[in-house]
Design a protein around this ligand. Sequence first.
Ligand code: NAD
Length: 263
Amino acid sequence: MDATLKGRAAVVTGSTSGIGLGVATALARAGAKVMLNGFGEPKEIDALRRRLEQEGGETVAYHPADLSKPAQAAQLIEDAEGALGRVDILVNNAGVQHVSPIESFPPEKWDLILALNLSSSFHTIRAALPGMRRRGWGRVINIASSHGLVASVDKAAYVAAKHGLIGLTKVVALETARTAITCNAICPGWVLTPLVQAQIDALAAREKLSVEEAKARLLGEKQPSLEFATPEQIGGLALFLCTEAAAQMRGASLSIDGGWTAQ
Ligand code: NAD
């Protein structure tokens, strides 16, 4: 597998933590210039940026865009093209969760999750595709979820947004089918990140479990392997999607879920 990304530039949204950081690390180690994005302490983000540069990322920059705002999503791409000279790889990863039955689901949480987990990808793809078409190559990778393929209770906004993101992935794949630009979705199951730790802590508090018991319960309900997938594994698949071996993978939804959606 020729996984060198020397000369390529990537934007990874929501890459100050968790899965996005795993993907940004994999792309930087393969030699890509990377634009990080997401929230966090400026000092920690700067340390992260320098670490990734040392690990092989030729240039690692950071943009603080709040992607729940359409104008900032488009600005992120414009600024990345300015800072890195190009955007060849776009990884739409930023996302949040809220867990609640639909009758008590706060409408403002619905709006935020749809804006960030779905609409921001429309805005970044819309802004990034013209440059990819001009240069004749591109990779769009949308981080969906098992919840883009199947549902769970109490996750109305998240499940709706992730199903929508898989639909968007297919449309972009078709619209770019006769070019060297591909668009695919990765569908992780449980990955132990701050987004999932919050759900583990809530379960532990609600059911009076230890954190370890709550982790085991969470995995046991959904993930037959009983093991978390890791940000490194998601990064490995994203890197593969950037190679020539993946050039005819178009509009696919690729699960890394310990068997969750095989059931
Ligand atoms: P995380 O909380 O560790 O990371 C989320 C990232 O998004 C952070 O960098 C955060 O700063 C950023 N972010 C949050 N709001 C933002 C905003 N308004 N604008 C820009 N950036 C923002 O979460 P994670 O688990 O790594 O999740 C990353 C993606 O993977 C999400 O789309 C999530 O739905 C998806 N996912 C996660 C899991 C899992 O088990 N952790 C499973 C399937 C899919």
